[in-house]
Design a protein around this ligand. Structure first.
Ligand code: MRU
Length: 349
């Protein structure tokens, strides 16, 4: 069901019974929210990128499990648990790269396995905590990142890492928001081909907040750096390996290589829910490849076409190209020279 609301923009909103998801495919032309009542619907919303961005995907999945339990739980029937577990498996197959999805599902599964009088309520408490903790982490990272970039003239960001991609406020975009409140700052956003998260989402989100933003073609990034207009590139992450290698939106790696050439500093901003402690380095990260039709102009989409497209949607930036990784637990400067993110004080459970 599609609904209209006058509430401030949010990627996700729990109503008490249903999950409201802002359909990001329709931005910036239309602000349309869809309402979901079951985990299959939420899975579909993630697969089709109505909701996207690593933390937002994890939060949506957590609420998806609440909806599943609401649908299947019954005091008199012990067959409900396998049905919820099947929904968890479906959600886990929605997108492969953002580790926040699996992190959130693991937390919800652990909650599910504990015996409760009221499993729906205990799962809801868990999902709401995942959501609230993400917002709090973003505000902390915003302040930490703004300290580091103090005095910068200009920054370039990639993809969309703001309210639309998280529980609220944003990771890289949160740092930009916090910095903008403190000082003057010229903000550049790369268009982020092929899905155009930069053009459609970041530019829109910043302009809603009254923050001026200048778009540039992805292919203009080297020339922007050469012009001396930016001091930092600030990006989010979908999965960070223990050594600091970072998977993020396709094109991030190119920016990091170019930044090194031009003496521009490179910051990754991500909550610790984006760290995959089980992998040593970025070689072990599965990179999602999406349908070629997201890239091909309509005239090439036909039977026996001689034109096809390769559409990896993430890449991996090696830790040695990263100046700083900002998390809610602290900042790692030069992760390749320390021990990646291993020095962070994180309780792994
Ligand atoms: O394909 P998307 O739009 O889900 O990719 C999003 C990104 O790559 C973001 O940079 C990342 O998830 C961090 S969002 C805070």
């Amino acid at each position: 069901m599609t609904i209209q609301t006058n509430l401030p923009v949010q990627a996700l909103r729990w109503t008490g019974d249903t999950l409201i998801v802002l359909d990001q495919r329709q931005l910036p032309e239309q602000v349309v929210y869809d309402e979901y009542r079951d985990a299959s619907g939420v899975t579909e919303a993630i697969v089709t990128m109505r909701v996207r961005g690593a933390p937002a995907i994890g939060i949506a999945a957590a609420y998806g499990i609440v909806l599943s339990a609401k649908q299947h739980y019954s005091v008199n029937n012990d067959q409900w648990l396998p049905l919820v577990e099947a929904d968890i498996d479906k959600l886990a197959k929605s997108r492969p790269t953002a580790v926040n999805l699996f992190w959130a599902l693991d937390r919800m599964s652990a909650q599910l396995q504990q015996s409760h009088d009221d499993p729906v309520q205990s799962l809801l408490v868990c999902a709401e905590k995942i959501h609230a903790d993400d917002i709090a982490a973003n505000h902390t990272m915003g302040e930490l990142g703004a300290d580091i970039i103090a005095g910068s003239q200009g920054v370039l960001t990639h993809c969309n890492t703001g309210t639309l991609a998280t529980g609220g406020y944003g990771t890289a975009l949160g740092v930009i928001r916090s910095a903008y409140q403190r000082q003057s700052l010229k903000v550049y956003a790369g268009e982020t081909r092929p899905w155009l998260q930069g053009v459609r989402l970041t530019a829109w989100e910043l302009s809603q907040d009254g923050i001026p933003v200048t778009l540039c073609a992805d292919s203009a990034a080297a020339w922007l750096m050469k012009s001396g207009r930016i001091d930092w590139i600030i990006v989010g992450a979908d999965r960070i390996a223990a050594n600091g290698d970072t998977a993020n939106k396709i094109g991030t790696y190119s920016l990091a290589v170019l930044a090194k050439q031009h003496g521009v500093k490179f910051m990754v901003v991500a909550p610790t829910s984006t760290i995959d402690w089980t992998i040593e380095n970025g070689d072990q990260i599965r990179i999602e490849e999406r349908n070629q039709n997201e890239l091909l102009p309509a005239c090439y989409i036909k039977e026996n076409s001689l034109v096809s497209a390769w559409n990896p949607v993430f890449d991996v930036t090696p830790a040695e190209l990263i100046t700083a990784i900002v998390t809610e637990r602290g900042v790692i400067m030069n992760p390749a020279k320390t021990s990646g993110v291993r020095g962070l004080n994180v309780v792994i459970c």
